[in-house]
Design a protein around this ligand. Structure first.
Ligand code: FES
Length: 178
């Protein structure tokens, strides 16, 4: 099937999914890998995302929904109101990604895979998000932030949970080209 160029919502996170699709040349047996990337980028697999993956791979929607619901490591529901996903791939790891996770664990009292008791923040870790040149990479509420510092991630999230929009430095965000 010819890959679709348009994204359902113009969301830059679809570019991560697209990279995996291209890496596996849109082969249908790459479904699990593509779903992993999709979940890492979005935090969970919603209906539109599953439909997008199904269309890109030329698979029936029902098949993709079936696979996503069969495996326990896929989540079809959003978690906390806000999400922070820290890339722990090799390039990010050597650039102190583990320190980012440690800082977040200590500050917010949650482990990766958990949500704060007030339902405000979910913390996750991911394998390579495909933006190694920006390592270390953190995705906060779907926004890809590169060259991140441990203290800076905490600061961003504290402000976010206080209701302030995220501060942007304009230089380390991944551009949206959808
Ligand atoms: S290792 Fe983090 S983006 Fe590649």
């Amino acid at each position: 099937m010819a890959p679709r160029e348009d994204h359902p919502s113009g969301d830059s996170r679809f570019e991560m999914v697209d990279r995996t699709l291209k890496k596996f040349q849109y082969q249908q047996d790459a479904l699990i890998e593509v779903l992993h990337t999709a979940q890492e980028a979005f935090g969970y697999l919603d209906k539109d995302l599953l439909i997008y993956v199904a269309q890109q791979l030329g698979l029936p929607h029902s098949w993709v929904f079936g696979v996503a619901t069969f495996y326990h490591f896929f989540s079809l529901e959003p978690q906390g109101e806000h999400s922070c996903n820290v890339c722990m791939g090799t390039a990010c790891y050597v650039k102190r990604a583990a320190e980012i996770v440690t800082g977040l664990r200590r500050h917010f009292g949650i482990e990766p895979g958990e949500t704060t008791e007030d339902g405000q923040l979910s913390l996750a870790t991911a394998r390579c998000l495909g933006s190694c040149g920006l390592a270390p990479v953190v995705v906060i509420d779907g926004e890809v932030i590169g060259k991140e510092e441990p203290e800076e991630t905490i600061h961003r999230l504290v402000k976010l949970l206080e209701g302030e929009p995220m501060e942007g430095d304009g230089e380390t965000r991944e551009e949206v080209t959808a």
